[in-house]
Design a protein around this ligand. Structure first.
Ligand SMILES: C[S@@+](CC[C@H](N)C(=O)[O-])C[C@H]1O[C@@H](n2cnc3c(N)ncnc32)[C@H](O)[C@@H]1O
Length: 360
């Protein structure tokens, strides 16, 4: 007999504040106007990619077609100021701005924007995260290199911003228990090397005891792994902690380097440029990047706003992470596409849930 598993209550459908408009909606209009309808301190994350300076004419017009860089930055600042107003003190703003060549020289538009934002809007720039495009447009220039990076600027308006570092660029799998083999083999090679070394019997005994101790730490999951250096067998280390590894090596005949397994969280995201079949939008950013920022800066049920939502990438990432989305775009065509894209994602999810809801 097939049983239906209990469905989890979707948390974000129940916590809507009465005064909050556009809950899980894609809205067509000028974001300079629409943002005014959002209450102060009500949004957890604004993440967006405004039109780049003189890059292309979007369906619907809007920002990006100003004649001079200063005019473009001023237009962006009007929107940015509103973003600062609507985010909660615990919230964040992430802007992706692209650069542009004029007379063979880069305009440094992203940096002009970031400087204006910090100088005019009272925000702190937490990071400049670089998107490395693993598949940049393959163009050949004779006198310059192919641009293959774009910045994502992370701003906050208070130091109380939510931050979930462990969630950022989480490895797909938990790391292996240790870097020295698992189970019975942990450290086996080092026992052999201790025996083969020229250490005194007393030093060999100390080395074996220390090795057993560190193996136990690996087995208990206290550390990810370790490396051992034995005098006369391994190269000499360059000093380090615990009074200097070189001193330990001289005195005891061995030293142990513990690996704590916290991967460095660097300000780089490497991912390809995405393209969607039959998508009318010419410049979409990867859902993967939005996904990483959503996990880093928000919790389930939080509100994610994109004032230039285009094809809906931000809304898709928010929905998939069980966050509330609000998306604005000046183009009716892109709004319609974003709505269709979202309903297809929702449909796929409900099919998946239904197929998982039944158990023998
Ligand atoms: C770079 S695209 C955003 C693409 C989006 N990140 C995606 O992945 O599809 C910028 C968008 O801003 C929209 N836009 C330009 N000016 C606007 C304005 N004043 N208000 C709302 N949307 C605007 C354009 O129609 C365009 O879709």
């Amino acid at each position: 007999m097939r049983k239906v598993k209990e469905q989890a209550v979707v948390p974000y459908s129940v916590n809507r504040p009465a005064e909050m408009p556009f809950w899980n909606e894609i809205v067509c209009g000028d974001s300079a106007e629409l943002l005014k309808l959002i209450p102060d301190n009500s949004v957890d994350l604004v993440i967006t990619s405004p039109p780049y300076f003189q890059q292309r004419e979007y369906d619907g017009g809007g920002i990006g077609n100003e004649r001079k860089p200063d005019e473009y930055i001023s237009a962006l600042m009007k929107i940015f100021q509103e973003c600062v107003r609507v985010i909660k003190p615990t919230g964040s703003i992430v802007f992706n701005v692209g650069d542009k060549y004029e007379d063979s020289s880069l305009l440094l538009m992203p940096y002009r924007f970031a400087i204006a934002a910090t100088e005019q809007c009272g925000v702190t720039l937490v990071n400049h995260v670089t998107w490395v495009k693993s598949n940049p447009t393959p163009r050949q220039f004779k006198r310059r290199l192919v641009s293959s990076t774009e910045p994502f600027f992370h701003f906050v308006k208070s130091q109380d911003y939510k931050y979930f570092l462990d969630e950022f660029l989480k490895p797909a799998e938990e790391p292996k228990a240790n870097g020295n083999g698992t189970g019975e083999n942990v450290g086996k090679k080092y026992f052999l090397l201790i025996e083969q070394s020229t250490l005194t019997p007393k030093q060999k005994e100390m080395a074996r005891n220390a090795l057993e101790e560190v193996i136990e730490e690996v087995r208990n999951g206290e550390i990810q792994g370790f490396r051992m250096k034995i005098r006369g067998i391994h190269s000499e280390p360059f000093g380090g902690q615990d009074g200097g590894r070189k001193i330990q090596l001289d005195k005891n005949g061995f030293t142990i380097i513990r690996i704590y397994g916290n991967p460095l969280k660097k300000d780089v995201i490497t991912t390809p440029v995405e393209s969607l079949k039959n998508c009318p939008h010419p410049a979409i950013y990867p859902v993967k990047i939005v996904d990483e920022f959503i996990k880093l800066l928000t919790e389930k049920g939080d509100v994610v706003l994109d004032p230039f939502v285009g094809s809906g990438s931000t809304a898709v990432a928010a929905f998939q992470n069980e966050r509330v989305y609000i998306g604005f775009d000046i183009s009716e065509e892109y709004c319609n596409y974003a709505r269709k894209r979202l309903s297809s994602v929702k449909h796929q999810l409900s099919l998946w849930e239904r197929s998982n809801a039944y158990a023998e």
